[in-house]
Unconditional design. Structure first.
Length: 281
């Protein structure tokens, strides 16, 4: 198969994880996305959903690629009707983490870097001694900026650290406070619905990852969420616990509830949306 991916080291590692499960020999096509080309401006200034995946997905749609491997959180909630997320796997490393500079001393006010509006909101609300500053670039670039003294700490995804820097120290942030982005940590494989490789790709899927994926994607669609919207959604299919932080006109509706099915999760989300539309906010 001809498999598309972003050119970052994390993307290539994730693609290798997919091909290791898939087996066989495949051609890896590295593509520089719009989000990769502009590493200075905040993401919300460059574009909305799909900033890191749209060009790659167009190549899949046009038949230039057989499939593409993505970070699940980068995929827009609405895809072209001829495309499908056929496989999702490796779902458990969903937390946000804080990586501190190695020579950091003291516990006073800290300069913390992140590129995520969601993380900015959560830090400002829950970590009063952290001052938030913008931070762009791939994972290696961000960690280099940290090590060079530009920041006291940076917030990243647990999945990125586990896959790229398994021996480096970091602290996991409580998911009930720092609710992650929907799909965070999941690896997603997209292809045409009529792909002759459909069954081969499907074999790589983790059914438990699919449960988490379906709930978070359905809720994201209900709220029309993108990466520039500071909302957090996490469903843990093992504990059946759903975490939602939905921002509404400078207020946050926080939901922590046990749901057993996709239908129950959807009902909770639609009730929250009704409150948003008609409540006194």
């Amino acid at each position: 198969m001809k498999i598309g991916t972003r050119e970052s080291r994390l993307a290539l590692i994730q693609t290798e994880m997919f091909t290791n499960i898939l087996g066989g020999n495949h051609e890896i096509v590295k593509i520089r996305s719009k989000g990769d080309m502009d590493r200075e401006r905040p993401l919300k200034e460059i574009g909305g959903q799909g900033l890191f995946v749209n060009e790659i997905n167009r190549m899949v749609l046009n038949g230039d690629l057989d499939c593409a491997v993505h970070s699940g959180k980068d995929l827009p909630t609405i895809l072209n009707k001829e495309l499908e997320v056929i496989s999702v796997f490796d779902w458990k490393n969903y937390h946000d983490v804080i990586v501190f500079r190695g020579d950091l001393e003291g516990t006073g006010r800290m300069k913390i870097g992140t590129s995520s509006p969601r993380r900015e909101e959560q830090i400002r609300k829950h970590a009063k001694n952290w001052d938030v500053f913008g931070l762009r670039g791939n994972i290696d670039t961000r960690l280099n900026k940290l090590d060079n003294g530009n920041y006291d700490g940076i917030v990243l995804s647990e999945a990125a650290m586990v896959r790229m820097y398994p021996s480096r120290d970091y602290e996991i942030l409580d998911e009930s406070i720092f609710v992650p982005a929907p799909g965070q940590g999941i690896i997603a494989v997209i292809a045409r619905k009529d792909s002759p490789n459909y069954d081969d790709i499907k074999i790589t899927e983790d059914p438990t990852a699919r449960k988490r994926w379906d709930v978070e994607r359905r809720i994201s669609g209900i709220f029309n969420m993108g990466c520039s919207v500071p909302n957090g959604i996490l469903y843990n299919p093992e504990t059946e616990f759903l975490y939602m932080d939905i921002n509404i006109r400078e207020n946050v509706i926080s939901i922590r509830i046990k749901v057993r099915t996709l239908q129950e999760a959807e009902m909770v989300a639609r009730n929250v949306k009704e409150i948003m539309n008609y409540g006194d906010y």
